[in-house]
Structures are given as C-alpha cells and as structure tokens.
Design a protein around this ligand. Structure first.
Ligand code: ZN
Ligand code: ZN
Length: 96
C-alpha cells in the first residue's frame, strides 16, 4: 500500500467528498480516464496490459469510440472540478 500525497492536505469540509481527487483510491486509467475498476480499455495483444498509453503509440492499438467518449467526459469533469476549486479558493481566502 502506498499512501497518496493528499493524505492530510485537503480543505476542511471537503474531506469526505467521495468524488474529490484525494479520495480516489487509484489514479484513473491514463487512456480511458476511468477508474482502474471501470477501465474499458482492451488488452494489448503485444504486452497484455490494459490502458497503457504506450500501447497506443508503440503497439498499434487504436482508441475506440467508447474510449474517446470517456476521455471527453473526463475533460468536462476536470473543467467542472477546476471551476469548483477556483470558487472554493475565492470563498475561502484564509485557507491554504
Ligand atoms: Zn482504460
Ligand atoms: Zn502494449
């Protein structure tokens, strides 16, 4: 088990938000942007790994429609989160 760097450094009140990045147990898949448990990436026929961006560069894998859609949804989610934290910083100027 590795502890994540966010262990204690979150703003009060947001600690129990299950969708907050520091409450995610695993980093999302780098290819489809879903959590490891929900990864939709096919297995690479060359190295048998799932969701490895290198496979799309080096092993001839091509993103399918579902993966592209998922990436786009993740980008949207990122924008929403960025806006949330921006707002949060404005309304909590005293806190780090
Ligand atoms: Zn994936
Ligand atoms: Zn591969």
């Amino acid at each position: 088990m590795t502890r994540h760097m966010f262990g204690w450094d979150y703003p009060p009140g947001a600690a129990n938000d299950p969708s907050a990045p520091y409450n995610q147990q695993d980093p999302p898949c780098e290819v489809c942007a879903k959590s490891c448990d929900n990864c939709i990436c096919p297995e690479c026929p060359v190295c048998q790994s799932n969701g490895d961006p290198a496979c799309y560069k080096n092993h001839g894998l091509v993103l399918n429609a579902e993966q592209i859609q998922s990436q786009e949804a993740a980008k949207e989610q990122e924008k929403i989160e960025a806006a949330f934290w921006e707002d949060y910083a404005k309304s909590h100027p005293e806190e780090e």
